[in-house]
Design a protein around this ligand. Structure first.
Ligand SMILES: C[S@@+](CC[C@H](N)C(=O)[O-])C[C@H]1O[C@@H](n2cnc3c(N)ncnc32)[C@H](O)[C@@H]1O
Length: 233
């Protein structure tokens, strides 16, 4: 409950529209206290991946929400901005069997990644996703998201945005992702409730709010949680 109140307070502080806050409150309760289901799913998916750091639970906490909202979707191809060790890519490969995944990452981190050895993070990624690469189900793009969008000609059924979390870059990634998303496709944004920057306006939530406001006419479904799921008309 404390977290819910803090999140609502922060959302109000950055002038989040009320319909977004109500959407979050509506989704908070069904997803709240599903920790056991999340941990069970985490174990099921990652137990064979020795290079996934099992102490890091940032993606785990979303597994119930994700499984519930994504399990019936048909996704032929997927773009992921920000892959790190491959945890989210492995999840998507599991839930969207046979989907082709494009992973974009600089493997050099951003503001929150001080003191992390990205050489070993990238090695872990390579090891974790080898089975997908060997089956031509995953392509690795080691570059910034901006560079990826400049050279890309493909359209995607699903885009996951979890790269640089600074305000301007999140907004840029969302806009670029939207333009390569097929109609009826889904955009999933991580860390909506991530309040890392002291000035609350500089966190991803501000960019997501701007993005939703700018594109509201083109959105057919919106689910606000710690991640945000948006369907394009
Ligand atoms: C939070 S991590 C991604 C976590 C991953 N999705 C998971 O669930 O395990 C963010 C990643 O974004 C990458 N990154 C940072 N800035 C980037 C940029 N401009 N373009 C592409 N990737 C970037 C970092 O190197 C880092 O690996």
């Amino acid at each position: 409950m404390k977290k819910l109140i803090r999140n609502i307070y922060n959302l109000l502080s950055i002038s989040t529209p009320y319909f977004i806050i109500f959407n979050y409150i509506k989704n908070y309760f069904p997803n709240y206290r599903k920790k056991n289901q999340c941990l069970k799913k985490d174990k099921e998916i990652y137990q064979n991946f020795k290079s996934v750091d099992i102490t890091k639970k940032w993606f785990t906490n979303n597994l119930y929400f994700l499984s519930k909202n994504l399990s019936t979707l048909k996704v032929k191809n997927l773009l992921e901005i920000g892959s790190y060790e491959g945890r989210s890519a492995i999840f998507f490969a599991d839930i969207f069997r046979g989907t082709k995944i494009s992973c974009v990452d600089t493997w050099s981190g951003s503001d929150e990644h001080e003191n992390i050895n990205f050489k070993s993070i990238e090695d872990n990624f390579d090891q974790n996703i080898k089975f997908l690469k060997d089956n031509q189900l995953l392509t690795k793009f080691k570059m910034t998201s901006d560079n990826f969008f400049t050279q890309n000609n493909e359209k995607f059924d699903f885009v996951y945005v979890d790269g640089d979390h600074s305000k301007d870059q999140v907004l840029k990634d969302l806009q670029n992702s939207w333009s390569v998303l097929n109609n009826n496709g889904f955009l999933l944004v991580d860390d909506y409730m991530w309040w890392y920057y002291k000035n609350l306006e500089n966190n991803p939530a501000s960019s997501v709010n701007i993005f939703i406001n700018n594109n509201i006419d083109q959105i057919s479904k919106l689910v606000i949680w710690h991640q945000v799921l948006i369907q394009k008309k």
